[in-house]
Ligand binder design. Structure first.
Ligand code: BJW
Ligand code: ZN
Length: 240
């Protein structure tokens, strides 16, 4: 199926980290205090009530900082360690791919472990200890302005260099794995279609609990939890 000259690209979404205890966005699992994430992950929500939005982020940060990579994260890192050319384009703001050992990870929607100053754009890294000392809106240590999570909210543009890198990566990939994403948030939702348009030979494997809009163009949709299906899939490939 693939050898070490093949290029593998993985697009991961919230379902990839679900088994690590990190709530996904859509469905009842995503609700926090009855707020839908799409009501909170916006510049408008932050402008209206930054304290509420930070409370949501602190809640999620605490979960993420204390979470561990699951068997799906670990398997991708192992595949890379075995010498396969594998790039991960993640929509997730957690760092579980990196903590599992993956080296080539691109964050499309930013990183929750970073906060950035609204005025001078200085960034700082959250730790569990630091998180415990700040219970209000975090302030910049350089200029005292308020900080925001260093993530991409609805209506905000993704970094143009990151988008270009994704387009380049998708144009050269032999195998595309789309795992644990509902495939409804753009521009990431468009990426599998883009890969197919750029290279009709690309094999697209989708891993999800359910079918999604991506299933229509996937070579195969493998239903089940990624923490089981991803390790099984790569174990099969190694045997060939
Ligand atoms: C499992 C599992 C297990 C569970 N194993 N599977 C074109 C058309 C229409 C709209 C737009 C468009 N272009 C832009 C837009 C607007 C908007 C958009 O896409 N809206 C749609 C909702 C319609 N996009 C944007 O605003 C983007 N900006 C942009 O394009 O700028 C230019 C522009 C702006 C405005 C108009 C036009 C152009 C920015 C998007 C930023 C998304 N940000 C968030 C928050 C990040 C910060 C944070 O984390 O707090 O990113 S929203 C949220 O959704 C988060 C996620 O990364 C993202 C995707 O979610 P994901 O990963 O798919 O998770 P879920 O929960 O939806 O799905 C989980 C899946 O896993 C499910 O399928 C489960 O079945 C499965 N699953 N457990 C396997 N164990
Ligand atoms: Zn500042």
């Amino acid at each position: 199926m693939i050898d070490k000259n093949s290029r593998i690209t993985v697009i991961s979404g919230a379902g990839f980290s679900q088994a690590s205890g990190i709530p996904i966005f859509r469905g009842k699992d995503g609700l926090w205090k009855n707020y839908d994430p799409s009501e909170l992950a916006t510049p408008h929500a932050f402008a209206k009530d930054p304290k509420l939005v930070w409370e949501w982020y602190r809640w999620r940060l605490n979960i993420i900082l204390n979470a561990d990579p699951n068997l799906a994260h670990v398997k991708l890192a192992e595949v890379e360690l075995k010498g396969f050319d594998i790039a991960i384009l993640t929509q997730n703001v957690d760092d579980l791919h990196e903590r599992a050992g993956s080296q080539n990870v691109t964050h499309l929607h930013g990183e929750i472990r970073l906060a950035r100053c609204f005025s001078c754009r200085t960034k700082f890294i959250w730790t569990v200890e630091l998180l415990e000392t700040v219970d209000d809106i975090p302030k910049c240590s350089a200029c005292e302005s308020i900080c925001r999570p260093d993530v991409v909210w609805f209506g905000e543009s993704l970094d143009s260099n990151i988008i270009q890198n994704c387009i380049d990566q998708l144009s050269i990939t032999d195998m595309l794995i789309v795992a644990g994403t509902s495939g409804v948030v753009y521009p990431a939702a468009e990426f599998p279609f883009l890969a197919k348009r750029q290279n009709s030979q690309v094999t697209i494997y989708e891993f999800n609990l359910d079918y999604t809009p991506i299933s229509n163009i996937a070579t195969e949709t493998i239903l089940g939890p990624v923490e089981e299906t991803i390790p099984e899939f790569f174990n099969t490939i190694y045997q060939k």
